[in-house]
Each structure stands twice: as structure tokens, then as C-alpha cells.
Design a protein around this ligand. Structure first.
Ligand SMILES: NC(=O)c1ccc[n+]([C@@H]2O[C@H](COP(=O)([O-])OP(=O)(O)OC[C@H]3O[C@@H](n4cnc5c(N)ncnc54)[C@H](OP(=O)(O)O)[C@@H]3O)[C@@H](O)[C@H]2O)c1
Length: 334
């Protein structure tokens, strides 16, 4: 036990992000309870929780040490909201029905609107936006792997400050920002590859080595960056490259991309975006939280974002068939 934190942590949505971050906090001494679905909880009951990372780190929590719930319940000094964007409203309503007013709820979700969606459904709770920069994959029941690096970020709030030593002790330092929106948009611009990856049907690394796919991603980014310009939002740097230089890197021929993007290509060869898993399992995707946010921001500023709009249409059909990079370029007119 190193830094138990100011009180019990409740993970709302025990999946890749919730189990990884909750598990690391528990390993650092926090009392953590995991609210999730039978599919994940049964795996945790059978196998315990094993967390690994790119640097060879490994944390093991035996099943007997895991507190698993099928619905939220007090006590919770901090909630980590880790459901997919489409489930935010319902999860927030469940939290609001059982937790005392003022409980901090930190959204560790992608997109830029989840904390506001949660706040609208749970106005008495203190819903705060956060950002997870790394990829976390479910390798099997109770097995979660962090495949990339980076630093957690959240909106600065007095309710979060007492938790910083715990996150630090867990090896997940949390940076607090006076305004998280530029950080969220910086991540969203990168996440525009998720739909490209999901539609391609390829593992991430293979997809990144397909220049046609990269040209599509670059075009989606350029469109989003132009919308952000119009909105006066300067996206923060989340990867090792400033957001505005990323499209140029992606457009390079393969030989140069392999050389200059070596770090980006350091990914487990089996890794896929979680949107690819959503498509494979017939689950709703987060396309509305990503491309949808670009389209909405464009409209707010009297503009259009036709590429992101067309991408949403491609993903709006149930179980879309895989579209290779070249066909995707044709479909989007890139
Ligand atoms: N995985 C990553 O690498 C990564 C990285 C950064 C950010 N993110 C973001 O983090 C968020 C979570 O992603 P994830 O990959 O961790 O998703 P995930 O693995 O699907 O985990 C979410 C889990 O929460 C469950 N859930 C949904 N509503 C619930 C409720 N009301 N009560 C209890 N459990 C509920 C889901 O079950 P159902 O499937 O039944 O809904 C699912 O098992 C997303 O916004 C994602 O974009 C993910």
C-alpha cells in the first residue's frame, strides 16, 4: 500500500480503460470497485485482473481482491466514467440515482462532449472531462494491455487535486489543465483514424502502412483542423508531433513514413482500434462522438465538414463490409 487516495474509487464501465486504470490505482493502494457487464465481470471472477504495458510492466490482482458490481452503489469518493460515448447518458442517470450530490465523476472517454452529456443527466454530480492518451486492448478475459505511452489529463478542479499522489503512485501521472478542450480536440484529431481502421478491417500497424488509408486519415484531419481554426480552437499536442504537422507526415511515401514514424509504428501487430471491435461485434460505434463532433462544430461556425459527414454515413449501416484504403479514398473523394 503506497498512496490509498482520499477514498473509494468507483469504475463505471469496467472495460479496457476502466479495468486498466482502476486496476493500476488499486495496485497502488486504492479501494476500487468495478461496475460492469457480466461478459467482463465473469472473466475477472475467473481469471483475476492482469495488466501489462509496452515497457514490460505487469500488475496482477487476484479475483478474490476484486470488488465487482453490476450496478453503481455508494460509497464513491471518485467515479471514473469509462463507458463508450453512446452509453454516457444512461450511466450518468444510474450514478445520479445513488451517489450524493457533489461526487466527482471523471470522464475518461474519447470525444469532447461526454462530461457535458453526463452533467446534463446528473446535474448534482461534479462531472469533469478527462483524456486517456494511450491505447488499451483487452487481450482476453481479465487481461488488459496498454500499447502506447502518454500522460493522463483532466480539467483542473479542487476535487481532483487530492487524487494526484495516487495517480502518480500508480504510475499514471495525471496532468490538470485549466481548459481541457484543446487537449480533447488534440486527441480527437488523432482518433479520426479509428473509423478508417475499423472500416479497413486491418490491424492498426498494417493499416498505418497502407498509404491510401493514411491519405484518408490525413484528409479527415485537415478538414477537422480547418474547422478548429474557424472555431478559434488550437488543438494541443498529444502525440510526439504537433497536430498540424501530422497530416504531412501521413502523406509521405511508405519508405519515408516507416523511417520518420518509427515511434508511431511501434504497436503490437495484432492491435486494432476499439471501433474495429465494435464493428466486429455489431455494437454501436463512437463515430458520432468523433466525426459527429467535427460536423457539429463546423455547422456552429457556418461551415461544412463533408468528409467526416460521408464517413459517418459509411458507418451508419449495420455491420458495414470492410473497405480498403483505395476504395475508401474513392468513397470519400480523397
Ligand atoms: N480502449 C482504448 O484504448 C481507449 C483509449 C482512450 C480512450 N478510450 C475511450 O474510453 C471509453 C471507454 O472505452 P473502452 O475501450 O474501455 O470501452 P469498453 O471496453 O467497451 O468498456 C466499457 C464497458 O462498460 C460497459 N457498460 C456500458 N454501460 C454500462 C453501465 N451502465 N453499467 C455498467 N457497465 C456499462 C460496457 O458494456 P456494453 O458493451 O454492454 O455496453 C463495456 O463492457 C470510450 O470513450 C473510448 O473511446 C478508449
Amino acid at each position: 500500500m503506497t498512496a490509498p487516495g482520499p477514498g473509494p474509487v468507483l469504475v463505471m464501465g469496467a472495460g479496457s480503460v476502466g479495468c486498466y486504470i482502476g486496476g493500476r490505482l488499486q495496485a497502488a493502494g486504492a479501494e476500487v470497485r468495478y461496475v460492469g457487464r457480466a461478459r467482463v465481470l465473469d472473466g475477472l471472477r475467473a481469471q483475476g485482473l492482469v495488466l501489462t504495458d509496452l515497457a514490460g510492466g505487469r500488475v496482477e490482482l487476484p479475483a478474490s481482491n476484486l470488488k465487482l458490481l453490476d450496478a453503481p452503489a455508494p460509497p464513491a469518493a471518485l467515479v471514473l466514467l469509462c463507458v463508450k460515448s453512446g452509453a454516457t447518458g444512461a450511466a450518468a442517470r444510474e450514478l445520479a440515482s445513488v451517489l450524493p450530490a457533489g461526487t466527482p465523476v471523471l470522464s475518461l472517454q474519447n470525444g469532447v462532449d461526454n462530461a457535458a452529456v453526463a452533467a446534463a443527466q446528473a446535474p448534482a454530480l461534479r462531472c469533469l472531462p478527462g483524456m486517456v492518451p494511450y491505447n488499451i486492448a483487452e487481450l482476453g478475459p481479465g487481461r488488459f494491455h496498454r500499447g502506447t505511452g502518454g500522460r493522463l489529463a483532466a480539467q483542473d478542479d479542487p476535487l481532483l487535486r487530492p487524487w494526484l499522489p495516487l495517480f502518480e503512485a500508480a504510475g499514471l501521472p495525471l496532468a490538470l489543465h485549466a481548459d481541457l478542450r484543446p487537449v480533447q480536440w488534440g486527441k480527437l484529431v488523432i482518433n479520426l483514424n479509428n473509423p478508417v481502421n475499423a472500416l479497413s478491417g486491418l490491424p492498426l500497424r498494417e493499416q498505418l502502412l497502407d498509404r491510401d488509408c493514411r491519405l484518408v486519415w490525413a484528409a479527415l484531419q485537415r478538414e477537422a483542423l480547418a474547422v478548429l481554426d474557424a472555431a478559434g480552437i488550437v488543438p494541443a499536442q498529444v502525440l510526439s508531433l504537433p497536430p498540424r504537422r501530422l497530416p504531412g507526415l501521413l502523406r509521405l511515401p511508405n519508405w519515408a513514413f516507416r523511417r520518420l514514424a518509427a515511434r508511431m509504428l511501434r504497436i503490437d501487430p495484432r492491435a486494432r482500434s476499439s471501433m474495429a471491435d465494435d464493428l466486429a461485434l455489431g455494437r454501436p460505434t463512437e463515430i458520432d462522438a468523433l466525426s459527429g463532433a467535427v460536423v457539429r462544430l463546423a455547422r456552429e461556425h457556418g461551415r461544412a465538414a463533408p468528409l467526416n459527414e460521408r464517413l459517418m454515413a459509411l458507418l451508419s449501416v449495420p455491420r458495414p463490409v470492410p473497405i480498403g484504403g483505395r476504395a475508401l479514398r474513392r468513397a470519400l473523394g480523397v
